[in-house]
Design a protein around this ligand. Structure first.
Ligand SMILES: [Zn+2]
Length: 281
């Protein structure tokens, strides 16, 4: 299972660069194991993270875009998303000198409320998206979406988040807060199932590894949800390395493999259930 990291700034404090320090132990572990991963980077951070960003491709890592501004697609609207994709891709390509072909929407924000998004992502030059939570969720998710890689009607390849559960109720056990907080036995079962599937991935954010951050309520979060965002961070590195595979195929390579793409199920959003809320957890 591919390790993916969403590079975003959780501190909200300009210039603090906590995210860059928080991710260092993971980068070192990947390097010493000679493992590769995919980094979905928020475009507005490209300049302040440029020396690290520049080094990623030469270490075999892949870089994708996680939005220029890390905002909900629905909040930005079609015109805003078009601009966000253009600016973000340009920011990353300017610094890395490599073509950016993958996109991950912030907050799994590609839902039935944003039916225009797959066309905009393809138009912006991306060949794949990794933006869908294929389950019911209070803030995002498309419960009718396939739970394995699929193709949007326009040909854009989608690598949805692996989920674990029954029927429409399933959770992305193998990433973020779920991966930190849930019992190891459950993570193990979910990982052994997902591991057999080509194009499956785990995900984490810099804050998931930030063991030195003093507790505070994040902006827009309740005390309880902030506690969950801080809990068990010291276990995250071993969890990610435990479920991930350092030699998993890159999503960009799969998306450009005609045989793989031709074998994918096609899906569109007709009849998909709209999403009600937009809480940031
Ligand atoms: Zn994010």
């Amino acid at each position: 299972m591919l390790i993916t990291i969403d590079i975003e700034d959780h501190s909200g404090l300009d210039g603090e660069k906590r995210f860059a320090r928080a991710i260092e132990p993971l980068l070192e572990s990947l390097h010493s194991n000679q493992w590769t991963a995919t980094f979905f980077v928020v475009g507005s951070l490209a300049r302040i993270w440029q020396s690290e960003l520049r080094n990623l491709p030469s270490s075999g890592h892949e870089i994708g875009l996680h939005g220029y501004s890390h905002r909900f697609l629905e909040e930005l609207g079609p015109a805003g998303v078009r601009e966000d994709l253009r600016r973000g891709r340009e920011a990353l390509e300017d610094i890395t000198g490599t073509e950016i072909s993958g996109y991950r929407a912030p907050y799994f924000g590609l839902t039935a409320n944003t039916p225009w998004a797959p066309d905009l992502i393809l138009d912006a030059g991306f060949t794949y998206s990794s933006s869908v939570l294929p389950a019911w969720n209070p803030q995002a998710g498309i419960s009718s979406a396939p739970r394995r890689p699929f193709r949007w009607k326009n040909g854009l390849v989608e690598f949805p988040s692996p989920v674990f559960g029954i029927g429409p109720i399933a959770i992305p056990v193998l990433g973020g807060a779920y991966l930190r907080l849930l019992p190891g036995s459950l993570v193990k079962i979910a990982a052994s199932r997902a591991r057999n599937q080509i194009g499956s991935w785990t995900y984490a954010h810099p804050y998931d590894f930030d063991v030195n951050e003093p507790f505070r309520c994040y902006q827009g979060q309740t005390w309880l949800s902030s506690r969950l965002l801080f809990a068990r961070r010291r276990h995250m590195l071993s969890r990610v390395l435990g479920v991930g595979t350092g030699s998993a195929p890159k999503l960009a390579d799969l998306a450009s493999d005609a045989e793989f793409v031709n074998g994918l199920e096609s899906f569109d959003l007709r009849g998909a259930r709209p999403v009600a809320g937009r809480r940031r957890l």
